[in-house]
Write a protein that binds this ligand. Structure first.
Ligand SMILES: Nc1nc2c(c(=O)[nH]1)N[C@H]1C(S)=C(S)[C@@H](COP(=O)(O)OP(=O)(O)OC[C@H]3O[C@@H](n4cnc5c(=O)[nH]c(N)nc54)[C@H](O)[C@@H]3O)O[C@H]1N2
Ligand SMILES: Nc1nc2c(c(=O)[nH]1)N[C@H]1C(S)=C(S)[C@@H](COP(=O)(O)OP(=O)(O)OC[C@H]3O[C@@H](n4cnc5c(=O)[nH]c(N)nc54)[C@H](O)[C@@H]3O)O[C@H]1N2
Ligand code: SF4
Ligand SMILES: [Mo]
Length: 782
């Protein structure tokens, strides 16, 4: 069987239409609430394969017979939509939002509305496959049995373990499903990998710098409930774009405005929310630290901070003042490409607000100085007494921290690996990893190109097999040309578990078919909202698809591992995850168990004020206070308050490089994809349209580039040749910066490279995360 034909058919969309789909630029405010009711999903003009009812079944939700099954969208998306599937005679016939859930009521996003197309797609891989012929684009596969697939994989793994050692088996996993059992962070699949002694992967692709930074200030991380955006007096969107990343949260920002609240945006690139904002500060990328310190200086100099609160609950004010004194307004304006007035207006608006929430986007932390940025921002709500004083005050970064479940029961890291899954938390240096008690080599996803090619930090450390599940490294990982070279090496045996012939799967020796949300039981935590959810499978797995847990248990047994843990099924793992947490964590509410969650489908944390307990009992920092000054940071060789170290590629940090490659390349999230998911699905491919490069008119003119020209974005790492110039004014992006969307599949774009051939693999200052945004390029007409 040939690899799926994915010829691009996304042309023909008008520029206006595309802008609407992308939700950038001059979009009417009404277009922001992109969470349309289900009835709007049948826009025939977008339909390639007809309306998405499973197997062509004609349904009427209200009257049709059938069973309604409660589920959750498992994608790596802020919203974690609660959805209901109607099932008739074993066939899923329609998907809707769970109307009882206020957050995602009504409907999933437009992508979620295509889940039935997705599920029943003829392109889906539902049988094990082996490659016949060469690796790479155009690879051919033929169907084999699970027995043959498992035998081939385990024979090769055993051979590698005997010859090069178990650590030469290198996993790649990230966010295909975000289920806690079948996902990547603490999943049951890790038991198999840890038992084998494979390299242990730090899954630090996304949020590691910020997760590491916030506890240095607050001792823990307690984000506000996004439903409280509606009730706050000032909502600050700081390097975020909910219109793309969390369509269901936009309504709460709208309610904030309707309730008389103000909105401020801090972002180098225009987002739809700018239409509604009282102020938009078009900050230069990478310079959030000096901007935040400039705000601190104004608050302190003008005495417009909460003195009583700071005196009582914070420590290190003098040292903070010294750090902020380096940033008088004129210097900030010059460094951040804003005006003194903009900075002052922001500072005073922020200080005056009775309540405020800073919603920090994740892109801010994907920078070599990303942890410092998040730490600098964290001082603002502390200075203004917004921490622990009101449910609608504080910050929002990501809420996973609340779900202190028994993750180690699921991964068995402590037993099998010697320590729990590496990554996130306080892990800031390789020394901490070395001292962490791991029995096997730890690798960082940030360095994946080096791991595969045995270069850099991994010089001389063999990579002989790659085991990919829940991820698409050839789309998502930085420095992608080198990732492709690594996967192409003859001596690297590649196993991919997926349901699509992704660019990565074209390098697979063996493909193992995985299930999707309609077929997979799991527990899902929100990471923006305050919900925990259970997904009930609605239908039987297609063909011979297996859940990740079934796959891992099958492989483990074939390796000869007789440990009883490989008999655990998903319900057993779900019980082990949740059991005992009621006592351990009272915020779950009464009777929290696997059984009750299964019956209730989802549960929200009870109302409470984040950090109110800390105000009463002390913060979980060494001093018990909010720490503007941290000895722990000093011990790690980092500035104990915070300092501006320019991004690893930037005008301030690397002027010589900037003379050759003068443009900051922002690679941001698409409303129409989730990670790389959906780019191969006809309707969504049409919505996503041709990928654009947003370029300021001055930069375009200097390069002889006209609107609509095919362009190449390049640096020493590679050439991204899939983009078309969208020439825009200062009202979208300033000269010196260009922006494109992340996560496009090369094979959907006639094999052209996506943005990640240009992106670097620097490690962020805190947490060893990625640095996608520290990326200097130039652009030329193709
Ligand atoms: N539709 C959809 N939703 C998703 C996802 C998806 O793929 N599709 N992915 C999910 C995942 S995995 C994640 S991590 C989140 C992504 O969430 P984010 O990373 O927050 O989303 P982005 O839109 O990529 O980036 C937000 C904004 O940061 C700005 N920005 C870039 N650099 C800087 C900087 O240095 N300073 C400041 N202040 N702003 C900067 C960009 O211009 C952009 O508008 O979204 C989640 N939700
Ligand atoms: N340039 C640039 N690149 C970026 C970013 C950026 O800001 N800029 N952001 C990064 C971020 S924040 C993220 S989160 C990553 C996302 O990076 P990845 O997690 O690698 O990418 P996904 O597209 O989410 O990969 C999901 C794959 O898993 C498969 N899958 C889905 N469900 C299952 C399942 O149940 N089992 C198995 N075995 N497979 C399954 C899907 O079909 C899909 O092919 O991208 C990163 N890439
Ligand atoms: S991708 Fe996000 S918004 Fe869309 S259905 Fe899934 S969870 Fe909801
Ligand atoms: Mo992410």
């Amino acid at each position: 069987m040939a690899s799926t034909d994915l010829k691009h058919s996304g042309g023909g969309l008008s520029r206006r239409r595309f802008l609407q789909g992308l939700a950038v630029g001059t979009v009417a405010a009404a277009g922001l609430t992109s969470c349309a009711p289900a009835a709007d999903s049948g826009d025939d003009s977008l339909s390639e394969t007809g309306e998405g009812s499973g197997a062509g079944y004609q349904y009427d939700w209200e009257t049709a017979e059938g069973e309604i099954v409660h589920g959750v969208c498992p994608k790596n998306c802020y919203d974690t939509c609660r959805i209901c599937t109607k099932v008739v005679d074993g066939v899923a016939v329609q998907i809707r939002g769970d109307k009882d859930n206020p957050y995602t009521a009504g409907s999933p996003c437009v992508k979620g509305q295509t889940y039935l197309d997705y599920h029943y797609s003829e392109d889906r891989i539902i049988y094990p496959m082996k490659r016949v012929g060469p690796k790479g684009p155009g690879a051919q596969f033929e169907r084999i049995s699970w027995e043959e697939a498992v035998q081939t994989v385990t024979d090769r793994f055993k051979e590698i373990i005997a010859n090069e050692g178990s650590e030469a088996i290198v996993p790649y996993t990230f966010s295909g499903t975000f289920g806690l059992i079948n996902g990547c962070f603490f999943s049951g699949v890790l038991r198999f990998l840890y038992r084998m002694g494979a390299s242990a992967l730090m899954p630090n692709m996304c949020e590691a710098a910020g997760v590491a930074a916030l506890p240095y200030t607050f001792g823990s991380q307690k984000d506000v409930d996004p439903e409280q955006y509606a009730n706050t007096k000032l909502y600050v969107s700081w390097g975020s774009n909910l219109s793309a990343t969390s369509v269901h949260a936009v309504k709460y920002v709208k309610q904030c405005i309707e309730n008389g609240g103000k909105v401020v945006v801090v972002n180098p690139f225009r987002i739809p929310l700018c239409e509604w904002a009282d102020q938009w500060i078009k900050i230069r990328p990478g310079t959030d630290t000096p901007f935040a310190l400039g705000v601190v200086k104004i608050l302190l100099d003008e005495g417009i901070y909460d003195k009583e609160y700071v005196e009582k609950y914070c420590m290190g004010l003098d040292q903070l003042k010294a750090a902020a004194d380096l940033w008088p307004a004129e210097r900030v304006a010059k460094t951040c490409d804003c005006t003194v007035e903009e900075l002052q207006t922001f500072a005073r608006t922020y200080a005056e607000a009775e309540t405020s929430i800073i919603q920090i986007g994740m892109q801010v932390n994907r920078d070599s100085n990303g942890g410092s940025k998040i730490r600098a921002i964290s001082f603002l709500p502390a200075l203004t007494g917004q921490i622990g004083t009101n449910a609608a005050a504080g910050f929002q970064w990501l809420t996973c921290g609340y779900w202190a479940l028994n993750f180690d029961n699921v991964s068995m890291g402590t037993e099998l690996l010697g320590a729990s899954t590496p990554g996130g938390g306080y892990v800031t240096t390789w020394d901490q990893i070395k001292d962490g008690g791991y029995k096997y080599r730890v690798i960082n996803i940030t360095d994946y190109a080096d791991v595969l090619n045995e270069t850099g930090r991994y010089e001389g450390e063999p990579c002989r097999a790659v085991f990919v599940y829940n991820g698409n490294p050839l789309v998502s990982v930085p420095n992608n040309k080198r990732v492709r070279e690594g996967l192409a090496r003859d001596e690297v045996f590649v196993v991919v578990s997926d349901k699509w012939y992704t660019d990565t799967a074209d390098y697979a020796d063996i493909i193992l078919p995985c299930t999707d949300l309609l077929e997979t039981e799991d527990i899902h935590q929100d990471y923006h909202g305050w919900y925990i959810n259970h997904n009930t499978p609605a239908v039987e797995p297609a063909g011979e698809a297996k859940t990740n847990i079934e796959m891992a248990n099958t492989l483990a047994k074939a390796m000869g591992y007789t440990d009883p843990c490989f008999d655990d099924d998903i319900p057993a793992l779900a019980k082990a995850l949740i059991e005992g947490t009621e006592g351990a964590n009272p915020i779950y509410g009464p009777n929290m168990s696997y059984e009750t969650l299964k019956q209730e489908h989802w549960r929200k944390l009870p109302d409470f004020v984040p950090y109110a307990d800390d105000l009463a009992n002390g913060f979980a920092t060494p001093s018990g206070k909010i720490e503007f000054y941290s000895d722990r940071l000093k011990e790690l060789g980092l500035h104990p308050v915070v300092e501006y170290i320019p991004s690893a590629e930037s005008k301030d940090g690397t002027p010589d490089l900037a003379a050759v490659y003068p443009l900051n390349f922002l690679t941001v999230t698409s409303k129409n994809l989730c990670g790389s998911n959906w780019h191969n699905i006809g309707k969504i491919r049409l919505l996503h349209g041709d990928p654009y490069l947003y370029i300021n008119e001055a930069d375009a003119a200097a390069r002889g580039i006209a609107d609509g020209d095919a362009v190449e974005v390049f640096n020493d790492r590679g050439v991204c040749n899939s983009l078309t110039a969208m020439v825009v004014g200062d009202d979208v992006i300033a000269a010196g910066n260009v922006a494109g969307l992340k996560s496009a599949w090369p094979k959907v774009m006639d094999g052209k490279n996506n943005v990640n051939v240009t992106t670097p693999s620097y490690t962020s200052d805190y947490g060893m995360g990625t640095s996608f945004q520290a990326n200097l390029v130039d652009v030329r007409k193709a």
